[in-house]
Structure formats: C-alpha cells, structure tokens
Design a protein around this ligand. Structure first.
Ligand code: AMP
Length: 174
C-alpha cells in the first residue's frame, strides 16, 4: 500500500514535470542529423577510377585506400557508375582466373543511388538498407562532394548515443 504522504500524479503535474530530456523533439533529434554533419568529420575524399580502367586497377585502389567501393567517372569527372568489392567477388565466381583484365565499365552498377548534404542520415540509412548496398555518393548541385558508407552512419549514431548517455548521466549525477 502507498504511504499516506503519497500523492497520485495528476495530468497538470505531469505537464509541469516534463523536462527537456524527455521531450519528443529531443528524443527524436538524431533523426534530423544531416549528411553534411557527417561529412564535416569525415571529409570529402572520393576515390574514383575511370570507365576505361580494369578490375585490376580497382583492386589496387580498394587495397591502397582501404575502402570497399569506388566511384567510376569519365574523363570529365562526371560519375558514370559505382563498383564495389561485392561486384568483383561475384564476377570472380563467374569467371575464375579471368576477372582482373576485365573492364570497369562492363562490371559497374550504372544506376547509382545518391544523396545530398541536406538529406538526413536516417533517410540515407533507410535507402541503403532497402537497396541492399553500403555506399552512397553525395552530390551537391550535381557535383560529387563525398561518399558515405553504412559504417560511417552507424559509427556516427553510436557516437551520438554515447554523448546522449553521458549527458543523461551528468544530469542524474550532477
Ligand atoms: P555494396 O554493398 O556497397 O558493396 O554494394 C552492393 C551492390 O550494390 C554492388 O553491386 C554495388 O555496385 C551496388 N551499389 C553500391 N552502392 C550503390 C549505390 N549508391 N547505388 C546503386 N548501387 C550501389
């Protein structure tokens, strides 16, 4: 049984006791974080190959830069496609021992899904998950300005969560 001093909360009490940390806005604020915010920390490096290059060239770039996909451009720098390690592995299974001399143009994915710096990370994550790919070039006014991966988005969110947990702890402990 509740002690006699206990006062059951009323609707009015609840409204007064709601703090900023409990508001829907603050709890959902991470869903509004934009691609531009992630690029601020990551930088705008984009590793690309040319449509005329070979798979051997791509394998070299993937190894040297420690990345999983490259953007494919034509001589003028305009994006023509994207090629990831997954494409190469599949082709190696189909053409064992004959993959490296093949052309990038023949293997790349031409229909590239892109995002803009103004898109939210939540939206990008959703599109990557639905499309089953892990890389997304970022275009600003039609020009390449970065590349983000599913790993970048997950890491960024983890850091946000750590920060939010620390803030909550500081609020509780003082
Ligand atoms: P990934 O998971 O990024 O290694 O890529 C899996 C498959 O999706 C490969 O066939 C890639 O060429 C393709 N792919 C990767 N990123 C994109 C993208 N942003 N838009 C369209 N296709 C992509």
């Amino acid at each position: 049984m509740a002690p006699t001093s206990y006062q059951a909360p009323t609707r009015g009490d609840k409204a007064e006791r709601t703090t900023y940390s409990q508001s829907v806005e603050s709890n959902m604020s991470h869903t509004l974080t934009k691609v531009s915010k992630l690029l601020e920390g990551k930088g705008d490096a984009i590793f690309s190959v040319n449509v005329g290059d070979t798979i051997a060239d791509v394998v070299g770039v993937l190894k040297d830069k420690r990345i999983g996909a490259v953007v494919v451009t034509e001589a003028g720098g305009v994006m023509q496609g994207i090629l990831s390690e997954r494409d190469i592995v599949r082709r190696m299974a189909d053409t064992p021992g004959q993959t490296l001399p093949q052309s990038v143009e023949d293997l790349m994915t031409k229909d590239v899904v892109t995002c803009t710096p103004d898109d939210t990370l939540t939206d990008v994550l959703k599109r990557m998950t639905e499309g089953r790919f892990r890389h997304m070039p970022v275009l600003s006014e039609g020009r390449l300005c970065g590349m983000i991966t599913i790993g970048d988005v997950v890491n960024f969110r983890l850091k946000e969560l750590e920060y939010e947990a620390l803030r909550m702890k500081q609020m509780i402990v003082g």
